[in-house]
Write a protein that binds this ligand. Sequence first.
Ligand SMILES: Nc1ncnc2c1ncn2[C@@H]1O[C@H](COP(=O)(O)OP(=O)(O)OP(=O)(O)O)[C@@H](O)[C@H]1O
Ligand SMILES: [Mg+2]
Length: 263
Amino acid sequence: MEAVIAEGVNIYYNDYKAVEGLNFKLKEEETLLLLGPNGAGKTTLLRTLAGFHKNYDGKLLIFGRKPSDGRELISYVPQTHSLNERVPLTAVEIVAMGGLYKKGFIHNNIPKELIKKAEETLKFVGLSKIKNKPFKELSGGQKQRVLLARALVSDPKILLLDEPLSALDPNARVEVTSVLGKIKREKRISMIIATHDINPLTEIGDKVMLLNKRLVAFGTPDEVLRDEIISEVYGPLSKAVKVGGKLYCIIGDVHLQGRGGKR
Ligand SMILES: Nc1ncnc2c1ncn2[C@@H]1O[C@H](COP(=O)(O)OP(=O)(O)OP(=O)(O)O)[C@@H](O)[C@H]1O
Ligand SMILES: [Mg+2]
């Protein structure tokens, strides 16, 4: 079964069309890297796929269901986390909350099985040792891994990640990238990862989408990450280079180029 089918999808904010005429398919277990300049519609698309933004038309199915009917299949990790860090929750409690939200209630007593599941998931992301530390005391990379564990604890079939590497220092990027690779290899769930920083991720991307309000290109990394395609979105100085079989993109300017998108 296809993880995602989009046919003629338009996404709106009131009358403003933020994403236009989108067509693509993503297979089960595939990872899609979602690229595009600021304002291209990446977050809008992810929030629509997650079932949070409902102002769209066209056909959009996640494992055969409308996004708003498939919430237990989907986990979404927003661009910047919205956890209130004044609430003194530990890492394992934050992860367990990912299981509670899915069931539609928030609880003071987290069931024991869920704590156990949360501990296993923290182990999966390499954070067993800090499970009882307050979330607010963790490093940026550790926080992002806790948020990944929180998204995984409900056993989703698709993971939607908005800029999981932004706001991280280089070491933390390596930590989080390696967890994303592990999710792909061992959990085999579909992922859609919006990112400005494609280079660390080209190896885990089965497909790449270049979005600039409309779909500019969609295909394998080799098909999409070519000078003439990326320069259409990122400007004439953008280049794709292959070094030792690994594909890198050099992107000069990530701001919206003159393609008529208003911000
Ligand atoms: N809540 C909103 N109300 C109205 N317009 C919005 C809203 N959120 C986003 N937009 C507009 O929709 C378009 C797409 O925004 P979106 O945040 O999806 O882009 P993005 O690709 O995620 O950008 P970035 O790389 O900066 O995160 C922009 O023109 C933006 O101004
Ligand atoms: Mg965004």
